[in-house]
Design a protein around this ligand. Structure first.
Ligand SMILES: C[S@@+](CC[C@H](N)C(=O)[O-])C[C@H]1O[C@@H](n2cnc3c(N)ncnc32)[C@H](O)[C@@H]1O
Length: 197
């Protein structure tokens, strides 16, 4: 079991952080998913398959089902409650290596719950599953201290530096920006379009 500090991702958790003043909602995911989907098309790598890891209430999955029903979407979560309530496969990304690859892999606000060793394994598993793009959101220690709203954000997480995260990610991915990463054999980016690998 890799989830931070033995967290229980139950009904209370989702009500607390995804209620009225929660971290994000369908409306905000609509903006983000639209942008990511269209950026992929701009780069010439249209999205035909999606893996959402730690899907929670399933907002990304629902966006794809509603806007692009032709896209194959698979959603997973470590929480039995989330899987039963919102229809995901029960998987721990630190121990589950998906078979095959997906054009877009999503890990939205999930990996701050994993300890260092589990995080490193999870990134290797996500890398093996990513054909073109990984959308990754993980607040860093600096973000928790300077940006996030403590009243609506779960602070019982691992807080690590951006440098630490980049060190684990860089053997697998090139950072594109805005939460997007492409595998080293993924999208060929113009030099000023992405960070130097
Ligand atoms: C903050 S919620 C984010 C939910 C969703 N991705 C979103 O952004 O709306 C974190 C989710 O990560 C899941 N999670 C935590 N550790 C996990 C792991 N090791 N493998 C898969 N899911 C995990 C939790 O069960 C929870 O649903």
């Amino acid at each position: 079991m890799s989830a931070a500090k033995n967290r229980n991702f139950d009904d209370g958790y989702y009500r607390r952080f995804y209620g009225e003043d929660g971290v994000h909602d369908d409306d905000r995911i609509n903006h983000l998913a639209t942008a990511v989907h269209h950026f992929a098309a701009w780069w010439g790598t249209p999205i035909t398959s999606v893996l959402d890891v730690g899907a929670g209430m399933g907002m990304w999955r629902d966006w794809y089902v509603n806007h692009h029903p032709e896209v194959k979407v698979r959603s997973t979560d470590i929480s039995k409650y989330a899987c039963e309530t919102w229809g995901h496969e029960l998987r721990d990304i630190s121990t589950w290596k998906p078979r095959g690859q997906y054009d877009l892999v999503i890990s939205h606000s999930v990996l701050q719950y994993l300890d260092n060793a589990s995080f490193t394994q999870a990134i290797a598993n996500l890398a093996s599953a990513t054909r073109w793009l990984l959308y990754l959101e993980i607040p860093t220690k600096w973000d928790y201290e300077n940006i996030v709203d403590e009243s609506s954000t779960d602070m019982q997480v691992y807080q690590r530096s951006a440098g630490w995260y980049r060190k684990v990610l860089s053997p697998h991915f090139q950072q594109v920006g805005a939460g997007l990463w492409t595998p080293h054999n993924g999208i060929l980016m113009y030099e000023l379009e992405a960070a130097k690998p």
